[in-house]
Every structure is written in C-alpha cells, then in structure tokens.
Design a protein. Structure first.
Length: 234
C-alpha cells in the first residue's frame, strides 16, 4: 500500500531530526545577533494569529528557554510559516525590484487558483540549526507549492534553497535558532515534548515579504497580501 502524504512528510522529518549525541555546529557564530541580522530574504509566508503565537510561546518555547536561554528564541510577533521561499537570505540581497514584481505576478495568479487549507501544528523537532514546530499540510499545500515553483521558474526565478525533497513539503514554525551546540539535555526534552502541543492553522491569506533570516519585526517589510481563491488583495 502506498504511503499517505502525511507519512511521506513524517519520513522526511524523521530523517532530519537532530538526536542526542549528534555533533552539530550552529549555523552562525555564537555571538550572532539574529534580531539585527543584515542578510535579507524575499519569501511568502503566513503569519500566526497573535493568540496562537502567544500560546506557543507559553506552552512550547518558555520551558526550553528556561533550560538553555543562550539560544535565540522567536518572539510571538516573528512567528510564521513559510509557504514558498523566493530568494534566500543574503547580504547584500539577491533580489531586485524586478524580482519582487515577478514574484508578485506569480503569487497573484497562483493564489487565485487555490482554496484555503489547514496546517496541523503538532510536532516539536530539533533540526541541525533550529527547533521547529512542524506544520503538516495536505495535498492542497503540495499543489500550491508546485504551482508557485513552476510559475517562478517560468519567469526566470529558479529554486535557490536546498529542500529536503523536491516533491514532498512540510511547513514549520521556527521557535529557536541555536546560539551554540544544543545540549543532549535540551534535545531529550524536545523529544519528550514532541507531541505535547497541537493546533490547527487555517491558511487563508499569504504575504510576500522581505525580512532577515529570523523574520525579526524590525527587519520585515510587508509587500503584498493574497487571499487564497481570490489572488492579490493589496
């Protein structure tokens, strides 16, 4: 019997998980200021509603932060789930004003053709550079990402991010970026709490934004908004 899309997502996540005893190095130096990170990205995201973001901060982030406060933990106003990256973070930025308009054209066309869908947020996972709350999406999400990729490629904007799979996608809400190698104690705590939180995130509006790699509010610029089933609304 073929695997379901959820099972395919889980298979990839299990392959990426950072387990106690693993040797890892932070993505950036220990003294890196993620809030002031100058590397800017062009990306499409869905922001978490403030009540949901605050609940995740209270229930998931706060206990981890108490254990190891030296890492960078996302404030509620920075919490988001990426739909499709356009240009990866870089200093100076890798995108031009023309690229922004091309991305806007694709997002406006594609979002008009797709209905709202739901992410199930329900697994806290340690990855090599961060701790994330996984968002499981269904085939609607997959088709949306594939259509966005095709549209961007058609306008000369190929995929510039390394993905775990070219066909199977999952969402994630980044909760923490390591300031140093996470301890085995923290990794065990994450494993023990992996399924301690669950919420549904209905995706109706997607934003095209520029931001740094931590999506810090001070770095963020909202460019356009799109309602699924309608297209551009700003």
């Amino acid at each position: 019997m073929p695997l379901t899309y959820r099972q395919l997502q889980e298979r990839i996540i299990n392959r990426l998980r950072l387990l106690p005893g693993a040797i890892t190095q932070p993505e950036l130096p220990a003294d890196h200021d993620y809030a002031q990170d100058p590397a800017m990205a062009l990306t499409s995201v869905v922001f978490l509603p403030p009540p949901l973001a605050r609940d995740i901060q209270r229930a998931v982030i706060a206990p981890l932060q108490l254990m190891e406060p030296q890492h960078y933990y996302y404030p509620p106003e920075a919490m988001h789930l990426t739909i499709k990256n356009v240009c990866a973070p870089h200093d100076p930025p890798l995108y031009s004003d023309a690229d922004v308009q091309r991305a806007h054209q694709v997002l406006a066309q594609v979002t008009a053709q797709h209905a709202p869908f739901v992410f199930t947020l329900e697994q806290v996972v340690a990855l090599t550079g961060s701790v994330c709350l996984i968002g499981y999406g269904d085939e609607q999400y997959r088709e949306l990402v594939l259509d966005l990729r095709t549209g961007l490629q058609r306008l000369g904007m190929p995929e510039d991010a390394r993905l775990a799979s070219a066909e199977v996608f999952f969402g994630n809400v980044t909760l923490c970026r390591y300031g140093c190698a996470p301890s085995d104690g923290l990794l065990r705590a994450i494993t023990e709490r992996a399924y301690s939180y669950r919420a549904d995130l209905r995706v109706e509006v997607i934003h095209l934004i520029t931001c740094n790699r931590a999506c810090a509010p001070a770095s963020r610029r909202l460019l356009y908004a799109y309602r699924l089933g309608e297209g551009s609304i700003t």
